[in-house]
Design a protein around this ligand. Structure first.
Ligand SMILES: *Cc1c(COP(=O)(O)O)cnc(C)c1O
Length: 453
């Protein structure tokens, strides 16, 4: 089969998957897929046979995350233009390391980065790196922070490493995302560098406690704040927290994997007030922007620190007149042209489309919470964003109801432990979700609840 036909057939299968209105979570598990794929073949096979087999074997085990009733983790769908652009990125197979390997990829990332800063209310002169996701973005931002706070203390961490360096303390709440811990491990700080800061019932950093902890720290410090807690959607109080951190000379990193997008709508922008005065910000494209996997962004108010931490060598700094190299702001050398899909998502939605997407998801989350609460379900958070925590009684019953909902195939939501209790966590992050989808999902939850009672 010619490549043209093969690609058209593959695209048609992908479209079929996205249009299907079947079970949200499959009945086929990973073991069945593994068994069906068998062992490494001895010889070659025609391309169409390979693709046919892949589709036949994996389709029954696909999760309908692009569909409108998937509420698990924080998994966005994939906008049409962004999906098509990502298909092109694969077909074009550009290496987005620099403008010599791909002028197109380098330029599109730069433009998309500028648009993102504009949309999210970040400083126009901040640097931007296109990462694999929030984990990558947190790691890149904290590497820039490491460079900066140690340089201020007279230490060249890129040359001399951390052995013998002044001790850096990282102030972060117990409700921080787990990817912060992994970043700190990878960067050689170790999780013992964390100074835990207490939070309130929504997971917001206690600013007075933060200030007190900061004054007890002797030496370089990094403060990690959150825009949109992964469980509650809560935002730290940026103006006060950033003032306290900067008064101490600390670097402020904002993990905004979900919540940075609140800045994209006039209705939720107030939640991010003051956030632009931080030193670095990370967010995801594959969550709320509905870019296909994978896409994340690392922004830094100190481009020189960002580049010093990430560029291959210091020699990069002499090449400033060359076109911005995407790989000078990320962990990878050779890399996918991630900018195409992000640019396409922003181009498809425009400023008003992003605002509508954010508003719609927040309104649907409130609808979900309101309908459940009206039936006596306990909602465990203030629904300020797109995240809802629901408890169906004690932890054991919550787990049982959740398992029944998941089995129903009507919708899918995951479980979480929040401040010691079990909850079902509902994240409304998909551009395709409608009120009817929420109502159908609420009905599935209530049916499971009646069974459990
Ligand atoms: C999802 C999330 C991350 C990690 O993002 P990935 O894209 O999964 O790497 C980090 N922080 C928060 C608050 C998140 O919600």
């Amino acid at each position: 089969m010619p490549l043209r036909e093969l690609l058209l057939a593959a695209a048609a299968r992908a479209a079929d998957h996205r249009e299907r209105d079947g079970r949200v979570f499959p009945e086929t598990g990973p073991e069945a897929v593994r068994a069906a794929l068998g062992s490494l073949p001895d010889g070659p096979s025609p391309a169409e046979e390979v693709v046919d087999e892949l589709v036949r074997v994996v389709e029954p085990a696909l999760v309908a995350t692009t569909g409108p009733r998937y509420f698990g983790f924080v998994i966005g769908g994939a906008l049409d233009a962004a999906t098509a652009a990502d298909v092109l990125a694969t077909g074009w197979d550009q290496n987005a390391t620099n403008a010599t390997s791909s002028p197109a990829a380098a330029a599109v990332e730069e433009v998309a980065g500028t648009w993102l800063k504009d949309l999210l209310g970040l400083p126009a002169d901040a640097s931007a790196g296109f990462t694999t996701g929030g984990q990558g973005a947190n790691t890149v931002c904290l590497a820039a922070a490491r460079h900066h706070v140690l340089a201020q203390a007279g230490w060249d961490v890129e040359r001399d490493g951390l052995g013998g360096a002044p001790r850096v303390r990282v102030l972060a709440s117990a409700d921080r995302h787990v990817t912060i811990d992994r970043a700190l491990r990878l960067l050689g700080f170790g999780t013992a560098a964390i100074v835990p800061v207490p939070t309130d019932d929504q997971g917001r950093t206690d600013v007075r406690a933060l200030a007190a902890e900061l004054s007890a720290v002797d030496g370089p410090a990094i403060v990690c704040l959150q825009a949109g807690d992964v469980n509650t959607g809560a935002f730290d109080r940026f103006p006060e927290a950033i003032d306290a951190a900067h008064a101490h000379g600390a670097w402020v990193h904002v993990d905004g994997a979900v919540g940075l997008w609140a800045a994209g709508s006039p209705r939720t922008r107030h939640l991010t007030a003051g956030m632009a005065r931080a030193d670095s910000w990370s967010t995801d494209g594959h969550k709320w922007l509905n870019v296909p996997y994978d896409a994340g962004y690392a922004f830094c108010a100190h481009p020189a620190a960002h580049a010093a931490a990430m560029a291959y060598t210091a020699a990069y700094l002499t090449g400033q007149d060359e076109f911005r190299a995407p790989s000078a702001y990320t962990l990878e050398s050779s890399r996918r042209a991630r900018g195409f899909a992000t640019w396409a998502a922003l181009r498809e939605l425009g400023r008003s489309g992003v605002a509508e997407l954010v508003d719609r998801c927040c309104a649907l989350a409130r609808r979900f919470a309101g309908r459940l609460a009206a039936e006596g379900v306990e909602i465990g958070n203030d629904v300020v964003l797109n995240q809802v925590l629901a408890s169906f009684g004690d932890d054991e019953r919550t787990r049982r109801v959740l398992a029944a909902v998941q089995r129903s195939g009507e919708c899918w939501m995951g479980g979480t432990t929040w401040h010691g209790r079990q909850y079902a966590r509902i994240s409304v992050s998909n551009w395709r979700t409608t009120e009817a989808d929420v109502d159908r999902s609420v009905a599935a939850v209530l049916a499971a609840l009646r069974q459990a009672r």
